[in-house]
Design a protein around this ligand. Structure first.
Ligand SMILES: [Fe+2]
Length: 480
C-alpha cells in the first residue's frame, strides 16, 4: 500500500516526507484521504508533503481517525524484518588480519589442512588414518590424509602425487587404469589416500582417493517460506557491451510481473560493474571510464527495485575492492550511492536467507580448474562447482590466476554444506543439483567482448534464475 500511495502522489508531482507517509499509511484508506482533501482544497497538494501538511489534511475529513498501534510496515520495520530473515554467517568483511608474510601463508594452509582433515576423518573409509611419518613404518594397508603439493603424470601415464601433512611428506603412485586414476587431483587440495606402502616406506601405491564430499541425503527440507530469491550476476555496467535494454526489462519485470510478486531477495554474485584496467585495452570497450560513475549508474538503476526486496551484492574480479580472495564487501565510498535495501557482502559469503544456507562465490577459481584438467570447460561451470563441493573448497589451486590473501582462517573452505550455491564469472548460465545442493551459475548482462571473442568464449546472457526458498522450486526467465 505504501508503495502505491507514494507512486500515486509522485504521479501528481508531490513528494512525501517519510514521517508524513507513516501517518498517511496508518489511515484505513490513505488514497481516499488524498482524494477527499483534493475535492475541497483550492490550492491542491504542495510539492513536498510534510508531517504538518498531513495533519492538516487529516483534519479536513471528520470521518478519518488516526488508528494507533496497527501493524504498519515502515521503512524501519521492514529493515528490521529483513535483518531477522538474513544472517551473514561467513564473510571476510571487517575481519581481515593478514599482512602477507610467510607466517600468514603458513597459517592459511594449516587452517585449510586442519579444517578439511576434520571433514575427512568423519568419512568411514578413513577410520584408522595415521600420520605420514607413521605410515612410512607400516607394511600393510594404510590410510593417510595430506595436502597435494604437486601432481603430475609420468611418461608411462601413471600419476605421481606429492602429499604432505604437518610433519612429513610422501610420494603417492596412482596407477593408470586403477579406479583411483579416474578422478582428477589438483594442487593444494586436501585428500585422503588408502593404499599400500612400497619401496620400504618411501612410496604409497594408492587404491583409493577419498574426498570430504557432502552427504548423499542432502536436499531442501520443505519450509513454509513463500519467498523467492532471484540470482543475477556479472552485470558489467560501464562496458560498451552492457546489455542495458535487457537489464532494464529485467528490472521492470521484477517491479511489475505477477510471477515476481513474491520475490523478496535479489542476489548478485559479483562483477557488478565492468571496472577499469581489468584486462589489456579494456578502456577501448568502456562506455563509462570512471569506476565510481559506473557504480552510481548501477545504484540509480537499482532504485527501481521494490523496497521490500533485499539485494545482496558481492564483488567479483571487476569490482573496486582488493582482487585477492576472500574479497571484502565494496567500501562505504561506493555503497553510500545505493538505497538502504542493498547489503554489500564479501566474496565468498555464506548467508542464511529465511533458514536457507546460500553460498555466494564469484567464481574466479573456475579459470584455474579449467586450466588444471582437460575435462573441465568454461561452458559447463556446474561440473566445476560440483568438484568444489566434493573437495569442500572453492579455490584449492594456489599460485595460478586466483589471487589468495593469506588470512589466518581459510574463508574458501566450504565448512557448512549450502542449500543453494551460486557463482558467476564465466558468463555462462546453468542450474543444477549435486546431492541436493541447488547450483546456479548466474548468467551475465554483458554481450561478447572483443577479449572474449579473442579467447573464443561465447556468453549466455540475460537469464535470471529464481528459487522458491520454501520448496526449492526453480525457474529461469530469459530477457531479450
Ligand atoms: Fe564477469
Amino acid at each position: 500500500m505504501r508503495r502505491q500511495v507514494l507512486e500515486i502522489l509522485s504521479q501528481r508531482g508531490t513528494l512525501i516526507e517519510p514521517d508524513a507517509a507513516d501517518l498517511l499509511c496508518m489511515q484505513p484508506n490513505p488514497l481516499k484521504v488524498i482524494d477527499g482533501f483534493l475535492s475541497v482544497s483550492k490550492k491542491g497538494l504542495p510539492m513536498v508533503l510534510t508531517r504538518k501538511n498531513m495533519e492538516e489534511i487529516l483534519s479536513f475529513g471528520s470521518t478519518v481517525q488516526e488508528i494507533p498501534n496497527i501493524n504498519v510496515i515502515t521503512k524501519d520495520t521492514a529493515e528490521r524484518e529483513r535483518n531477522y530473515a538474513v544472517t551473514i554467517k561467513k564473510d571476510i568483511t571487517g575481519m581481515s588480519t593478514c599482512i602477507g608474510d610467510i607466517a600468514d601463508f603458513m597459517k592459511l594452509f594449516q587452517d585449510r589442512y586442519r579444517s578439511i582433515k576434520r571433514m575427512l576423518l568423519r568419512r568411514r573409509e578413513l577410520q584408522g588414518s595415521v600420520s605420514i611419518a607413521k605410515a612410512k613404518k607400516l607394511e600393510r594397508e594404510i590410510k593417510i590424509i595430506g595436502m597435494v603439493s604437486s601432481a603430475r603424470t609420468t611418461k608411462n601415464g601413471h600419476r605421481i602425487i606429492s602429499l604432505e601433512d604437518e610433519d612429513d611428506s610422501i610420494t603417492v603412485l596412482v596407477l593408470k587404469g586403477s579406479p583411483a586414476f579416474n578422478d582428477v587431483v589438483v594442487n593444494d587440495e586436501v585428500i585422503g589416500i588408502i593404499g599400500n606402502t612400497a619401496k620400504r616406506g618411501e612410496m604409497i601405491v594408492a587404491k583409493e582417493v577419498v574426498r570430504p564430499d557432502i552427504p548423499i541425503n542432502g536436499g531442501l527440507r520443505r519450509s513454509d517460506s513463500d519467498s523467492w530469491a532471484v540470482f543475477v550476476g556479472d552485470i558489467h555496467v560501464g562496458s560498451n557491451t552492457f546489455l542495458e535494454n535487457q537489464w532494464r526489462s529485467f528490472l521492470e519485470w521484477l517491479k511489475t510481473a505477477e510471477e515476481a510478486q513474491d520475490v523478496k531477495y535479489l542476489v548478485m554474485p559479483g562483477d557488478l560493474v565492468d571496472g577499469i584496467g581489468i584486462y589489456p585495452d579494456q578502456e577501448d570497450e568502456l562506455l563509462i571510464d570512471d569506476v565510481y560513475r559506473q557504480y552510481e549508474v548501477l545504484a540509480e538503476q537499482l532504485k527501481d527495485v521494490r523496497d521490500d526486496i533485499l539485494i545482496l551484492a558481492s564483488p567479483g574480479n571487476h569490482d573496486a575492492v582488493r582482487l585477492a580472495e576472500p574479497q571484502p564487501a565494496l567500501p562505504k565510498s561506493i555503497s553510500c550511492n545505493f538505497d538502504s535495501n542493498i547489503r554489500m557482502v564479501g566474496n565468498p559469503a555464506m548467508v542464511e536467507i529465511e533458514g536457507r544456507q546460500v553460498l555466494i562465490y564469484h567464481g574466479r577459481s573456475i579459470d584455474d580448474w579449467v586450466g588444471a584438467a582437460p575435462g573441465f570447460s568454461y561452458e559447463r561451470p556446474l561440473e566445476i562447482m560440483k568438484e568444489m563441493l566434493r573437495r569442500r573448497h572453492l579455490a584449492p589451486i594456489y599460485g595460478e590466476k586466483t589471487a589468495i590473501a593469506p588470512e589466518q582462517k581459510d574463508y574458501l573452505v566450504i565448512d557448512e554444506v549450502p542449500d543453494i550455491f551460486v557463482t558467476g564469472h564465466v558468463h555462462a548460465a546453468g542450474l543444477g543439483d549435486y546431492r541436493g545442493v541447488i547450483m546456479i551459475n548466474a548468467s551475465t548482462w554483458q554481450d561478447q567482448t572483443l577479449f572474449q571473442k579473442m579467447h573464443n568464449h561465447t556468453p549466455d546472457p540475460c537469464k535470471a534464475f529464481m528459487i522458491q526458498l520454501g520448496s526449492g522450486k526453480a525457474k529461469m526467465v530469459k530477457f531479450t
